[in-house]
Write a protein that binds this ligand. Structure first.
Ligand code: PEP
Length: 258
């Protein structure tokens, strides 16, 4: 089996001003640099206004930078949007696409998510592609079918202009919608079953399924991180609320099995 390095990614969502965002980024940079060899990569995804100042605060340090969304086009008349090349220009290595707050709050379809992921890959970014079922879908026993369909429909077929293997720059985040920002977490058994299914579905999309990191997201905090990160097909976490506190976010990363 391929060895997949754990990724702990923070999604700051629409939170923060320059002073607190920069201070949090600087604190994480200092901690990670001082920690020496750790078994995880760490990334933060600030809101668009903070990408440049956070990039400056993280400069030449080990904490990686990501955007929260990108437009499928490289440039153009798309008021309020941000393009993947702009994120790359600002020093981002990652971009989240298909977050449930985009799928459900902005009506993004799998086809849109797929186009966004392709745009990210084309400029060398790693796309964190989010999938996840609603509570009603889980209650109806449709969780796995919904997630498999989202995954297949959002899958960008090639690495695009940047070349290489798309799989090397794709991360999948399983985020049950009902667990995001609610304090409710999927049970370890449910997470394990879903991640197993995602790995199997990836196997039908690529012969490099073993390379792809699968993150869990949904009310991850220090108290539940160790249990979740220890699961076989869980290769990291996408963290919302708890990533707004450097201590809490660091504690989650520290729960990575050694
Ligand atoms: C998220 O926004 O991706 C998320 C998982 O949020 P939270 O950790 O707050 O549930």
């Amino acid at each position: 089996m391929a060895s997949r390095r754990t990724l702990i990614a923070g999604n700051w969502k629409m939170n923060g001003h320059r002073a607190d965002g920069v201070a949090r980024a600087a604190a994480l940079k200092e901690r990670l640099a001082a920690a020496g060899a750790v078994p995880f990569d760490m990334a933060v995804c600030p809101p668009a206004t903070l990408i440049w100042p956070v990039a400056a605060a993280l400069a030449s340090g080990p904490v990686l930078l990501g955007g929260q969304d990108c437009h499928p086009a490289a440039s153009g008349a798309f008021t309020g949007d941000i393009a993947a090349p702009m994120l790359a220009d600002a020093g981002c290595r990652f971009v989240i696409v298909g977050h449930s707050e985009r799928r459900h709050g902005h009506g993004e379809t799998d086809a849109v998510v797929k186009a966004k992921a392709a745009a990210a890959l084309a400029v060398g970014l790693t796309a964190i592609v989010c999938v996840g079922e609603t509570e009603a879908e889980r209650d109806h026993g449709a969780a796995e079918a919904v997630v498999a369909a989202q995954l297949t429909g959002s899958w960008p077929e090639s690495a695009g202009a940047a070349g290489g293997h798309a799989e090397d720059r794709l991360v999948i985040a399983y985020e049950p919608v009902w667990a995001i920002g609610t304090g409710r977490t999927a049970t370890p058994a449910d997470v394990a079953a879903m991640h197993r299914m995602i790995r199997t579905t990836l196997g039908s999309l690529t012969d490099r399924a073993d390379q792809i990191r699968l993150l869990y997201g949904g009310s991850v905090k220090a108290a539940n991180a160790a249990e979740l990160l220890a699961l076989e097909d869980v290769d990291g976490a996408l963290v919302g609320g708890a990533s707004l506190d450097a201590d809490a976010f660091w504690a989650i990363a520290e729960a990575t099995p050694r």
